[in-house]
Structure formats: structure tokens, C-alpha cells
Design a protein around this ligand. Sequence first.
Ligand SMILES: [Zn+2]
Ligand SMILES: [Zn+2]
Length: 625
Amino acid sequence: MITPSSLSLPLRALSYSHHYPLILYRLFSQRKIHNALFPRFFSPTCTNQEPLVSALIFAVKSCSSVSYCRAIHARVVKSVNYCDGFIGDQLVFVYIKYGCAEDAQMLFDEIPNKDVVSWNSLISGFLNRGFIGKCLSAFFTMKFEIGIKPNEVTLLSIVSACSDMGALDVGKYIHGYALKMGMLLETKVANSLVNMYGKSGNLDAACRIFEAISIKSIVSWNSMIVIYTQNGFAEGGVSCFNLMRMAGVKPDDGTMVALLRACEDLGVGKLAEGIHGVIFSCCLNANERIATALLNLYAKLGRLNASRKVFGEMIHPDRVAWTAMLAGYAVHGFGRKAMELFEYMVKEGLEPDHVTFTHLLNACSHSGFVKEGRYYFKIMSEVHGIEPQLDHYSCMVDLLGRSGLLNDAYELIINMPMEPNSGVWGALLSACRVYGDIELGKVVAERLIALDPLDPRNYIMLSNIFCAAGLWRDASKVRALMKDRSLIRNPGCSFIEHGNKMHRFVVGDRSHPLSEKIYVKLEELIGKIRKAGFVSKTEFVLHDVEEEVKEDMINKHSEKLAIAFGLLVTNAGMPLIITKNLRICGDCHSTAKFISLVEKRAIIIRDSKRFHHFDNGLCSCGDYW
Ligand SMILES: [Zn+2]
Ligand SMILES: [Zn+2]
């Protein structure tokens, strides 16, 4: 029997030939074509044009494959002409939809008397398929060569193409044109321009257009919240939400997801609780997309119990929700829980995807489950048909490196089917630092610096490896190279939330109003933990200075100040949640472990890589990070 796929080639070749319908009918009459492929109107005896035209339009619209589209195209060629009821436009659109841009363009050129609707169909088709260049060039032909005036629909597609392509000059031209033609009064057009300017980092321009919109839709508000956050002004996003509420606009799921994203950037737990309350009051708590974003946010803010609660309340969590919960367990170092969740998820009949596996391998890596990690890496492709990608490789390298299997990790990288990126090499470099493998560390750091010469972290890591081995001269060479290339390390700082405020500390900070008390508390703590057996790990100061000075500097690291402040202002039993912008150093890590023991206080520190849960003298990372 002839199937659509076996037909597609000859039909493609014949689609512009006048013999094509004839051949098709012959095949059809010989019953070589499956009846179900063609609706009843396809009968050669059908003579009444009007129902035929509407049936053809319907058939074109519901085309499920390009070969089907070609068959209908043949019928159109034989029985009606392209001017009838936009059939031509529809055919063009379907050809583009299935990726046949050339066919679409050829057919489009053949259609007589094209109006703005025909052009819009071509332009939006190109846009939807991601043929952004073709989209813009069709627009210019239409406007400047043919002289057809674009309407609102055309502008929407073009502005969207401009933002995808970053073609801000064309976008600005369209903005001017829309202004001149009075089309900015159309909220959708204004929204698309707000988006375009926002995406390209022109926050001011986006704000100006937004403010001028007389009837702001929910889409206008949501875009503005997203844009503020994307441009690094999450606070602006939250204010925008408040204005939206004052304007009496009811938030929808898009608003909430955008707002939760803003809250993630701000890292304020109180705000998350507030938004959670709004979600309830707007009866949006049953919405899975929102619940997933919320559980994700709580996990990122160090409140894993709250995440677990949100997840437990979901009625039918989908794969994304399961994966988000798994990611929460992974980043907090609860590897066993993450694996249990994965097994449960598969048992529930949900098929994991590559994101699920990234978090699962991450969980194994953060908890040091080498055997399990290797097993999951294997079944990922063999059982679930997911080929490992760069992320999966970096998790595996991290996992092997953590267990001291540096050669296995190196071998895995060398045998990767794709070019390793900085994430993969970076994971191995961390392992070289922890295990003090200077030779391999040098090789890896060179690769990393070649891949990304502007990332100061690689230089710092290499310099740290040299420092830890007492090779001060090599370390200072690396630092000099960094200086030559004008690379500056971000200053380390720690945040802790208290009394509706985020308190920020940098190393040796004396700007806090409670500074005196903080230093007294810190001294008292250090005395206490020394008695319990704590010894400063001065090699982590990583500067070629005297022991005493080293110890003095290390005792003023920002996370230590944040811990002392947290202990001063919070009630007994309350866990301290601290965020650090860089990785925590070995001395602060050890200090936090001892403080959790002597003060009987859980301390959660989120550094740039993961969460550390310090409790009773131990950390959830098992001292590898
Ligand atoms: Zn430190
Ligand atoms: Zn830790």
C-alpha cells in the first residue's frame, strides 16, 4: 500500500506539474492510496464549487503532514484558483509550518492579487518556524517593493522577529512607523514593543511605552514584571505587581510565575510567603505551573520543608513538578531522598527527561553516590533513550572527582562524543583542588583558560591549588596574569534576612549598626569552638602572608559575620539561612560545622554552587563542594 511518506517524494516533484492531479486520481482509483487519507470531497465527480472551496480550506487548515498538503494543493490546482477564499494563503502557511520554506515562497510568488492578509500569513508563518531572516525580508518586499501598507498583525510579527534576532534598528523603525500610523493605541502592538525593548536591555524605553498604554492588559503588566527582573531590577518587578493590584487588575498564572521569579532574584523568604498568600487569595493554588514555580522558589531559598509541603499538596504533579522537587533534594544534598523520588516517579508512570537526569546525577554527585551515579548514567540512554549531554557529563565528572577518581574523570572527558565545555573542565579542576593534584590541575586550568580567558574563577582556582601546595611563586604568576588581563574577582559577600530586611556583609565589614556586638559575638564563638577542637585552616586565606595576619583575615570572612549576627538577633532553635555569592571557603565551612555543634543551631548556607546544611557538627555536603 502507498503511505503518505512513500508518496511524498514523487508528489513533491510533481506538485507544480499539471499532470499531478491526474496521476493522483489514477492512484486513488486504483485504491493504492489509503482511503482515510482523503476526505470524501476529493471525489472527481464533485462539481459544486462552493462547498468544495470551503471543504478545501478546512482540509488545508487541518493538514497533518506535508504530503497531505501537497495532495490538497493538487486538487486546488485542478479545480479552483488561488484567489478563492484564501486557499493560497492557507497552503503557503501549511508549507511553512512543515518547514518547506522554499515551496511556500514559490507558491506565494505565484498567487495573484495578494493583499495584506496574504503577506501576513507568509510573515507570521516564517516567524513561527524561526525563519527570522525570511520574515524580515518578506516584510521589506511587501512594504517597499510592492507598496502594501502593513497593519497591526504585520507589526506584531515583525516586532517579535526583531526581538528574537536582536535587530533593534529595524525594531526602532517599526516603533516610529507604529507611532506615525497611530497603531501604538493598539495594546498588543505596544506590548510587543515593550517586550522588544525590555529583552534588548532598554528598560527605560520599555517603561516609557508601557506608561503610555492607555488600556493596559494583563499581558502588559506581566511583561513589565518579567522585564524588570530580566534586567536585574527584581524590586521594580514587585513594585509593578503592587501597582497592578492597585489598578484593580486580577493577576493570572503568568503574573505569579513572573513574580516568583523576581522573588527568587531578591532571595527574600518573607516575600515568598507573601506571594504564597496572594496565590491562595486569588485561588490560583491548584495551578500546577504556579505550584511548581513556588516549590522551586522555596527550595532555592533554603526552605526545603516548605517545598515538600507544596509538592505534597499538588493533586497531579507532572514531570516538571517531580523534577523540580528532585532538584530541590539534589541541591540540598539529600541524595537518598532524590533517588527515592526518582524511583517513585518512574513507578507512577512518568517518563523522566534529560532535565530529570541532570538533577538525579547532581544528587548522586552532591551526596557522593558513585555506584548509583554510574548506574543512572548507564540506564539513562539504555533504558530511557536519553543521550547524555554536556550537563550530564559535568555531573559525572563532579561525582568521580569527588571520590578522588581523578583519572576516571579525566578519561570520561577525553572520551566524550562532544567537545567538553567549561562546566565539565571546571568540575575536574575543583576535584584537583580538593585532592591537591597539581599536575592534572595545571593541564585542566590551561584548557579552561583557553576556553574562557575572561573568567577570573579559573585563575583563582589554579592559584588556590598552587597556594595550598605552598607554591607561592607559581600562585603569584597566575595572579599577575589575571591582573594583566584586568580580571577582577567579585568581592565575597553574605546575606541574611532579618526583620523584613536583607543584611549584607563583606569581609572585615564594620558598616553594620550592630558591628561592635557582632565582633564580640564572633570572638566569643571562635573561643568556644577552639575549646571544642577547632583549628583554623589558614591555607584557605591563600595569600603569601604571615600566619597571624592570615588568621586575622580569615576570621572576618563575610559568612562568619553573618552567622554571628544571625545568632545575636534570632531566637534559639531557629535555623540561620545565609546566602553567599561565591563558594564558601574551607575555614568558614569548618567554623560553621563547629558552631552548629556548640550552639545547637542548624545553619544553612547557600553558596554559588550548592546548599550546605550544618547540623550537630556535620555538613550535608560531606565536606566536598
Ligand atoms: Zn571563609
Ligand atoms: Zn558543606
